[in-house]
Design a binder for this molecule. Structure first.
Ligand SMILES: [Cu+2]
Length: 275
């Protein structure tokens, strides 16, 4: 808890100091005020949705309804995955909500392993809600805490702008590899959410980027579309088919485009004067 407060305070101070020292000359910072406040709204909508969806997900677990909980698992996670660069600022909650078994000494058997993926393991592997009654309560407490903390947060502009690339790196590192949703194989839902979260940031910044580098916008728009076209093939009933149905050819296309997007989007901070 102490570490967390120090961390956010440091970020807030760094942000305030940046505003103060750059003063009136800080053209990029001023340009970013509009996109930043719009992004804050987007994140607030997502954390509110996360709380609502988690309430229903947890209710299904408390009722012992494995099938219902399974059907709610992937859609509930999406609002979290869309805003992951901001959620990750609260590393204690991010760990409690979204860690993987590999992060713990005793893996799935470790009592410190909590959150969505512990529950995913119970639903798909243990086929029971019994082992995760307490973890379900904890998850709801944690997402409510996340919502409250994010609502109080002054968003650091470099985190928001850097978030477009960070989300693509997340896709490359944990979704294409199929590491994240290994028990449920709902990886494509998370992929979509990370992708949408990245595109949201990019879209908000696009007018600023277009002024500086129109060719970048043309190229990046095409890469976003290429990824979306592949994802579209796997959409079904408002969601996605299992990750195992992704063909090797499509996996290669996704991987190539996502890595290009991650690399290109990582130049945005410099382009907008935040480095
Ligand atoms: Cu995640």
């Amino acid at each position: 808890m102490v570490a967390f407060h120090l961390k956010t305070t440091a970020l807030a101070l760094a942000f305030a100091a940046g505003m103060a020292t750059q003063g009136m000359a800080a053209e990029p910072t001023l340009d970013l005020v509009g996109p930043l406040s719009e992004y804050k709204l987007y994140v607030a909508e997502n954390t509110a949705q996360l709380v609502t969806d988690t309430e229903a997900f947890v209710a299904a677990i408390k009722a012992g309804d494995v099938e219902k909980a399974k059907s709610l698992f992937a859609p509930t996670r999406m609002s979290y995955e869309r805003i992951e660069p901001i959620a990750e600022l609260f590393s204690d909650l991010d760990g409690a909500i979204d860690a993987r078994a590999d992060d713990y000494e005793k893996a799935e058997a470790d009592e410190a392993f909590t959150g969505f993926h512990r529950i995913e393991y119970a639903l798909w592997v243990e086929s029971s809600t019994d082992p995760v009654q307490g973890y379900a309560d904890q998850l709801l407490t944690d997402v409510k805490a996340l919502d409250a903390r994010i609502n109080e947060l002054t968003f650091p502009p470099e985190v928001v702008v850097g978030g477009a690339a960070a989300l693509m790196e997340e896709v490359a590192a944990t979704k294409i590899s199929g590491e994240e949703d290994r028990y449920s194989r709902t990886d494509l839902w998370d992929f979509d959410a990370n992708f949408a979260g990245s595109e949201k940031i990019y879209d908000l910044l696009k007018p600023l980027i277009a002024e500086k580098d129109p060719a970048f916008v043309t190229k990046t728009d095409a890469n976003f579309k290429a990824v979306d076209d592949v994802l579209a093939k796997y959409r079904k009933d408002g969601g996605y088919v299992s990750y195992v149905e992704l063909t090797d050819a499509d996996r290669t296309v996704l991987s190539t485009r996502v890595n290009t997007l991650a690399e290109d989007l990582s130049t945005l901070r410099g382009m907008l004067g935040l480095n």
